[in-house]
Design a protein around this ligand. Structure first.
Ligand code: AMP
Length: 281
């Protein structure tokens, strides 16, 4: 595995790989890798000849007061995990290598980013789309793999790829969970032991909706109320949003007559956790 730290070296590698006729797969991450990330590496390997993983804790997607400084970083462990997973290139740029001191161009999406995490974290997706566009220009992948865990992000990046004509095929991998059902996340490390237990309320709320839906319940209000009941039982949990939205437009749905997403962002103590599930009538 090669570790590449500059944009120029990354581009040169990609150019050479593509000239030799090989398909480049790409998994962008912020590091502190877990099995969720590694599942995306396996997916990339299935559709590409070479796999690049990037690790970059992107300052522009954190709002003032968020956890940019304390975001968990463990470069040695991440490097070992990438080697073990058969990654070909670990792209590990310094912040200074990615952003000029006076950078002033951003990618802004106007529709899918207005609700859910976009409403709670204004400016977050502008940072995400900007850095993903930049990383696409550095790595020049044929295929890029993202996780369903951050479903709004995945939909937004697909929209950017379509609307800005990036020649990249998008793949979205399923949510990888801990054995007890908690969606894996680098931020799970923030949870104190009692909070780790409380965090299972997200999965429990989704299970509750899935069960009711399977039993024929189609009233959005009743499904949402059933979820809120689960959260009310957990004093450390504070719901940021719990919604049922169209799988494509991410708009809240009144009638469950098409594929939809149940999307959750819930604070457990000082940690904001995301989860979601798909409902297909
Ligand atoms: P992050 O390092 O949190 O920015 O995530 C990098 C990529 O991994 C994103 O595409 C995430 O959606 C994806 N990801 C994070 N957690 C999981 C998970 N539990 N299962 C599958 N993919 C995940």
């Amino acid at each position: 595995m090669q570790v590449i730290r500059t944009v120029e070296a990354m581009r040169a590698w990609s150019l050479q790989s593509k000239r030799s006729g090989r398909r480049v797969g790409f998994v962008p991450t912020m590091g502190c890798l877990h099995e969720g990330h590694l599942s995306l590496v396996q997916l990339a390997r299935r559709t590409a000849d070479l796999v690049v993983v990037s690790i970059f804790v992107n300052p522009t997607q954190f709002l003032p007061g968020e956890d940019f400084e304390k975001y968990p970083r463990d470069p040695e462990r991440d490097e070992a995990l990438c080697r073990g997973a058969g990654v070909d290139v670990l792209f590990y740029p310094e912040t200074g290598a990615m952003y000029a001191g006076d950078h002033s161009v951003f990618v802004d999406e106007q529709r899918l980013s207005s609700g859910l995490c976009g409403a709670s974290r204004p400016g977050h997706f502008r940072g995400v789309l900007t850095v993903v566009a930049k990383l696409f220009n550095c790595v020049q992948p044929d295929v890029a793999v993202f996780g369903q865990k951050d479903v709004q992000q995945a939909r937004l990046i697909s929209r950017m790829v379509r609307d800005l004509d990036f020649p990249v095929e998008m793949v979205v991998g399923p949510i990888v969970r801990e054995p007890d059902g908690l969606a894996m996340s680098s931020r799970n490390q923030y949870l104190a032991p009692a909070e780790r237990q409380d965090a299972l309320c997200l999965r429990r709320a989704l299970d509750r909706v899935e069960d009711l839906f399977a039993g024929g319940e189609r009233e959005v209000e009743r499904l949402l109320a059933a979820m809120m009941e689960v959260f009310r039982a957990i004093p450390s949990a504070r719901v940021d949003y719990a919604e049922i939205v169209d799988d494509v437009t991410l708009e809240p749905l009144q009638k469950l007559d098409r594929r939809c997403l149940v999307v959750l962002a819930v604070w457990v103590g000082k940690t904001r956790l995301l989860d979601n599930t798909l409902l297909t009538p």
